[in-house]
Design a protein around this ligand. Structure first.
Ligand code: BES
Ligand code: MN
Ligand code: ZN
Length: 498
């Protein structure tokens, strides 16, 4: 169930809600809302600070039940950490922890005053948007493949209000749209590959476009792709009985003749490695190898919901990479849609092989003004940047800077890696125009270099989201990244066009 959000201008001591949320810093510093509750209750918060029950540590929380002097039944006092170093990242974190704490209480609604806290360099619309997105993220539950459970009789958190005036309304509207996109991404990526196969992804895109005025969807199947010459993509797909698709969503939010922005996402619904089979341990995580596809689809969903005044296409090449008697093999030479030939040295470097044809087709078909791909492309990217930052690669400094800025704004952060020509010779082949792997070093970069061969003349950037698209571990869920980054980038494009 999605959370409902609202803006609230009431006072914390007299408001009608199941739970009021206020913040305190370390060393007993009260925020103004906490101070109001404290004086209305004759010092209920300060007494617990003195006793050491409330520490103000980041992410800690203490419940005051039915304190005399306020109308609400519950006051949740949330720790904000040291005031001096309070920043945007901490703000995001405490809002996530707050929603987790609220989720453990028998409350259906709550109102948070955390959105009144000053965050250096950010305004109230940002605070409300960030708090709402953090709350929705923490409230998300994956239930699709569990046996349906009986509805619990306990109330469940359904509505959160945020303290804020009309200047924050835009932030709340953006949060609703982005949250919908993030949920779309997470749900699709979390589904197992026996449900979420290429045909399923195509169906979801068609279903989304259905009945929407400015949105259309086309799907190419393997027969059509064969006619057009998608030799690289089709080679990867050959080992699976789940036939590939190329999905293209089109949104006409801008003027008729305006060149669109293009988002392209890697949609490998399961990556076994193919004939270059992956080791067994952790292979189940490769159901998330369509995280780029899910991410660009989610960004598209959010862009449509926001009604952005621009034209946008979202292209998803989707296949399953499996070993089979008919699989492609190491040493095969493929002819890509661009005409460039590719020597396959490892069938596990399949993402770039489906993306190169999709990028060529997107550039030819839509002539975009900028093209961004998102892909869970390399393990090397996770080695380089860990689980915190996505990698940005582009030959266009301005485009790279735009994406990095969008990541900072949304805390969906990215870090740039170089695409210098120095790396290109690692892709030399004795049998084709290019090899599909670049050797031991700089694996994330050589994957980017491979894609760069197919995007010449395009204003293009590549996002490697291998470390950021899902959380590791048995119960690790899709994160919904890079939806916030991509949507912010599109929002910024609308503003700069004005
Ligand atoms: N989907 C993987 C990349 C990946 C691995 C993402 C682990 C997240 C976690 C990709 O298709 C792949 O297998 N890449 C190979 C490339 C290599 C064969 C050059 C890799 O990273 O090992
Ligand atoms: Mn692979
Ligand atoms: Zn892969």
């Amino acid at each position: 169930m999605t959370l409902q959000f609202s803006l609230d201008a009431a006072a914390p001591e007299t408001v009608d809600t199941a739970c009021v949320v206020v913040g305190v810093y370390e060393q007993g510093m009260l925020t103004s809302a906490a101070a109001r509750v404290d004086s209305a209750t004759g010092g209920a918060i300060k007494r617990q600070i003195e006793s050491g029950d409330i520490t103000g540590k980041t992410g800690s929380s203490t419940l005051l039940y039915a304190p005399a002097g306020v109308t609400t039944k519950r006051v949740l006092v949330v720790g904000l950490g040291a005031q001096k170093s309070f920043d945007a990242a901490r703000f995001h974190k405490v809002n996530i922890e707050t929603t987790r704490a609220l989720g453990r209480l028998p409350v259906a609604d709550a109102i948070s005053w955390l959105t009144e806290i000053e965050v250096p360099g950010r305004d109230s619309a940002w605070r409300v948007r960030t708090a709402a997105l953090a709350a929705d993220h923490a409230a998300y539950r994956y239930t699709a493949t569990f046996k349906p459970r009986d509805k619990s009789t306990q109330p469940e958190l359904a509505t959160i209000g945020f303290a804020g005036g009309i200047d924050a309304q835009g932030g709340l509207d953006q949060a609703r749209a982005i949250a919908e996109g993030v949920r779309f991404t997470r749900e699709l990526a979390n589904l197992p590959p026996n449900i979420c196969n290429p045909a399923y992804i195509a169906e979801q895109a068609l279903a989304f476009a259905e009945g929407k005025d400015k949105v259309s969807c086309t799907v190419l199947d393997h027969v059509e792709m064969e006619k057009l010459g998608f030799g690289s993509l089709l080679a990867v797909a050959r080992g699976s009985v789940n036939k590939p698709r190329l999905v293209a969503l089109n949104y006409q939010g801008g003027a008729e003749g305006d060149k669109p922005y293009a988002l392209v996402g890697k949609g490998v619904t399961f990556d076994s490695g193919g004939i270059s089979l992956k080791p067994g341990a952790g292979m189940e995580e490769m159901k998330f190898d369509m995280g780029g596809a899910a991410g660009v689809l989610g960004a598209f969903v959010a862009a449509v919901k926001l009604g952005l005044k621009l034209n946008l296409v979202c292209v998803v090449p989707t296949v399953e990479n499996m070993p089979d008697g008919d699989s492609y093999r190491p040493s095969d030479v493929l002819t890509s849609l661009s005409g460039l030939t590719i020597e396959v040295l490892n069938t596990d470097a399949e993402g770039r092989l489906i993306l190169c044809d999709a990028l060529t087709w997107t550039a030819q078909t839509f002539k975009p003004q900028a093209m961004i791909d998102a892909a869970t492309l390399t393990g090397a990217c996770v080695v380089a940047l860990g689980k915190h930052a996505s990698a940005v690669m582009s030959k266009h400094d301005d485009l790279a800077a735009e994406l990095l800025a969008a990541g900072e704004e949304t805390l969906d952060r990215a870090w740039r890696l170089p695409l210098w020509d120095d790396y290109q010779s690692q892709l030399d082949s004795g049998f084709a125009d290019v090899a599909n792997i670049g050797g031991k070093t700089a694996g994330a970069i050589t994957a980017g270099c491979f894609l760069s061969r197919f995007t010449e003349g395009q204003r293009w950037a590549h996002l490697d989201i291998a470390g950021t698209a899902w959380e590791e571990g048995r119960k690790g869920l899709a994160t919904g990244r890079p939806v916030p980054l991509l949507v912010q980038w599109l929002l910024d494009r609308c503003e700069s066009e004005k």
